[in-house]
Design a protein around this ligand. Structure first.
Ligand code: PGA
Length: 254
């Protein structure tokens, strides 16, 4: 399969400007270690300019992404970030519907759907996150939950739009817990997501969409995940804050 692997670092609400600069420079300097893999850094929005400037200074092709955005292009939305603002800062990607946004900030599939459409309209590539909780997995509801999230988050997208997006499967119970899904568990859900994408668009389009796994990905478990046929990259939280770990993961997908 000719999908280019994509590994993105979700820095969440961490680091300061100096550390953001340092981490960016370290990753840019060693980017060649995973040259075949597309890399994306998603710093806090306030630091996107800092990271973008550091990437430009290093003449790096590492991409910049946001962690969230509003679905409106401008207006009276105190504290929010508009899609064109991310574009203005040089972002090419935006993470949408991360489980922390869904559980801590009340984002529904309808909200994620509106944001996905807004991101595409602004020219950003959405990284749409889905994933079940531990309770849902133990209740044998993983397939139903992920199906609802994928269909709800991508409702109304044309096949051409489906082709542009990235989906991250992140079981909530694996995020920040050190409990990674087994490669088989992850592959099973990735295969399900690809089937759902085929229903939403076509098998040919679905075959082109990149599916990331996320949840406690580390250099020592990345290779087994990368070996799965439907896992095309990783969305990395904690381990993306260390250049060694982030590049170690990226190399596993090279
Ligand atoms: P983690 O986070 O790698 O720290 O588990 C993943 C994520 O939230 O995207």
């Amino acid at each position: 399969m000719s999908r280019t692997a994509i590994v993105a670092g979700n820095w969440k609400m961490n680091l300061d400007r100096a550390k953001a600069r340092e981490l960016t420079a370290a990753i840019a300097a060693r980017r060649g270690e995973a040259a075949a893999v597309e890399l994306v850094l998603c710093p806090p929005a306030l630091y996107a300019e800092t990271v973008g400037t550091a990437l430009a200074a290093a003449k790096s092709d590492v991409a910049l992404g946001g962690q969230n955005m509003h679905d409106k292009a401008s207006g009276a939305f105190t504290g929010e970030v508009a899609p064109p603002m991310l574009v203005d800062l040089g972002c090419r990607y935006v993470i949408l519907g991360h489980s922390e946004r869904r559980t801590l900030f009340g984002e529904t599939d309808a909200i994620v759907n509106a944001k996905t459409k807004a991101a595409l309209a602004a020219g950003l590539t959405p990284i749409v996150c889905v994933g079940e909780t531990l309770e849902e997995r133990e209740g044998n509801r993983t397939e139903a939950v992920v199906t609802t999230q994928v269909n709800g988050s991508l409702a109304g997208l044309s096949p051409a739009d489906v082709e542009k997006i990235v989906i991250a499967y992140e079981p909530v119970w694996a995020i920040g817990t050190g409990k990674v899904a087994t490669p088989q568990q992850a592959q099973e859900v990735h295969a399900l997501i690809r089937r759902l994408l085929a229903e939403l668009s076509s098998p040919a389009v679905a075959a082109k969409v990149r599916l990331q796994y996320g949840g406690s990905v580390k250099p020592d478990n990345a290779a087994d995940l990368a070996a799965q046929p439907d896992i095309d990259g990783a969305l990395v939280g904690g381990a993306s804050l260390k250049a060694d770990d982030f590049l170690g993961i990226a190399k596993a997908f090279a």
